[in-house]
Design a protein around this ligand. Structure first.
Ligand code: NAP
Length: 326
C-alpha cells in the first residue's frame, strides 16, 4: 500500500481542506541560482514533503512548480496529493488587482489552482511591476488599501476555484480581528503565517489563533539565514543555542529537528527551507520522536522576542504589524 503522505501528518483547516504539517520553504537570497529551487523541490517530493510554500516575491515560483510538474509527470505524486501555497504581493492589494494577479501567476505556472493563497503582508505598496516601488529619494511608495476589500477579493478567488483556501501572513491579532469582524465575512482566514521559533514563540498569537480556529504556520522556524539581506543581523543564532543543542543531544537528533518538532507538538504547522539534499531529508525526520513535557517547557523558556524578520522597510506604514505585542 502506498502511504498517503498528504493526509498522514496533516491538519484539517476551518474550510475542511487538509494542510500537511511540514512544508518546504522556498525563499532564497537573490544570488542563489533559481535552478536550486527546482532541484530542492524535486528532492523534497521524493523524500515525502507534500506541502510547498512559495510566493510571487521569491521570484523562483516557475522553477518550484516546474519541479512539481516533473514529479507529477514521472508518477511520484498526483496534483491532488500536493499542497501548494502562494502569496499575493503588496503591490496587488487593490481589490481589482487581486484576481488578475492570481490568474497571471496560474497561467505562468501552468496550474489550474493553488491550494492556499495568502495576503503576504498587511502593508500595501504602489501598484505596478516594481516589487518594492521607491521614489527618487529611495523612499518606498506605499498605498492605502482597506485590507477588508483585499480579503473580499480573495474570497472571490476561492469561489472561482482559483484557490482552495485563503489566509493571511504577518498579521497581528488586531489585524486578524479586523478581518474576522468584517461585516458580511464569507470565509475566515484558514491560517496566519508568521515568524515563529523558540526565540519568538508567538505564544499569545498562537492562543488567539487557536481560539478562532486559525492555524498558525511558522516561518523562520530554524532561525532563518543571516546571509539574507532582509534578515536582522547580529541576532543570536538559534541553531547554536546551548539548551536546544542539549535537548537534541539527549534525543540523538539535530537542533534543527528539535526546532521543527517543537512546533509540531504545539500544534503549529512548520516550514523548513533547505536547498541541500542532506538537510531536506534531515528536516523530514521529525515524525518519529517525541519531546518530553520538560523539553517543551525548556524550549518555551527560550523565548526572548527576537525577530529575524523585522521588515523595517515597512516601519513607517500605518499597518506595520510588529509594534503590537502580538
Ligand atoms: P528557515 O527555514 O528558518 O531556515 C533556513 C536556513 O536554515 C537556510 O539557510 C538553510 O540552509 C538552513 N537549514 C535548513 N535545514 C537545516 C538543518 N537541518 N541544519 C542546519 N541548517 C539548516 O528560514 P526561512 O527560509 O527564512 O523560512 C522558511 C520559509 O518560510 C521560507 O523559505 C519561505 O517559504 C517562508 N517565509 C515566509 C515569510 C513570510 O513573510 N510569509 C517570510 C520568511 C519566510 P540550506 O538551504 O543551505 O540548508
Amino acid at each position: 500500500m502506498v502511504m498517503d503522505l498528504k493526509h498522514s501528518h496533516s491538519v484539517k483547516l476551518s474550510d475542511e481542506h487538509v494542510m500537511p504539517l511540514l512544508g518546504l520553504g522556498t525563499a532564497a537570497p537573490e544570488e542563489v541560482p533559481k535552478s536550486k529551487a527546482r532541484e530542492a523541490t524535486k528532492v523534497a517530493i521524493d523524500v515525502g514533503y507534500r506541502h510547498v510554500d512559495a510566493a510571487y516575491v521569491y521570484q523562483n515560483e516557475e522553477e518550484v512548480v516546474q519541479a512539481l510538474r516533473e514529479k507529477i509527470a514521472d508518477g511520484t505524486v498526483k496534483r491532488e496529493d500536493l499542497f501548494y501555497t502562494t502569496k499575493l504581493w503588496a503591490t496587488f492589494f487593490r481589490p481589482e488587482l487581486v484576481r488578475p494577479a492570481l490568474e497571471r501567476s496560474l497561467k505562468k505556472l501552468q496550474l489550474d489552482y493553488v491550494d492556499l493563497f495568502l495576503i503576504h503582508v498587511p502593508v500595501a505598496m504602489k501598484p505596478g511591476e516594481e516589487i518594492v516601488p521607491k521614489d527618487a529619494h529611495g523612499k518606498i511608495i506605499f498605498d492605502e488599501v482597506d485590507l477588508c476589500t483585499t480579503w473580499e477579493a480573495l474570497e472571490k478567488c476561492k469561489d472561482a476555484g482559483l484557490t482552495k483556501s485563503i489566509g493571511v501572513s504577518n498579521f497581528n491579532h488586531k489585524q486578524l480581528e479586523m478581518i474576522l469582524n468584517k461585516p458580511g465575512l464569507k470565509y475566515k482566514p484558514v491560517c496566519n503565517q508568521v515568524e515563529c521559533h523558540p526565540y519568538l514563540n508567538q505564544s499569545k498569537l498562537l492562543d488567539f489563533c487557536r481560539s478562532k480556529d486559525i492555524v498558525l504556520v511558522a516561518y523562520g522556524a530554524l532561525g532563518s539565514d543571516s546571509d539574507k539581506e532582509w534578515v536582522t543581523k547580529d541576532s543570536p543564532v538559534l541553531l547554536k543555542d546551548p539548551a536546544l543543542n542539549a535537548i537534541a543531544g539527549k534525543h540523538r537528533r539535530t537542533p534543527a529537528q528539535v526546532a521543527l518538532r517543537y512546533q509540531l507538538q504545539r500544534g503549529v504547522v512548520v516550514l523548513a527551507k533547505s536547498f541541500n539534499e542532506k538537510r531536506i531529508k534531515e528536516n523530514f525526520q521529525v515524525f518519529d520522536f517525541q519531546l518530553t513535557p520538560e523539553d517543551m517547557e525548556t524550549l518555551d523558556g527560550l523565548n526572548r522576542n527576537i525577530r529575524y524578520f523585522e521588515d523595517k522597510l515597512f516601519y513607517s506604514h500605518l499597518n506595520y504589524p510588529f509594534l503590537e505585542e502580538y
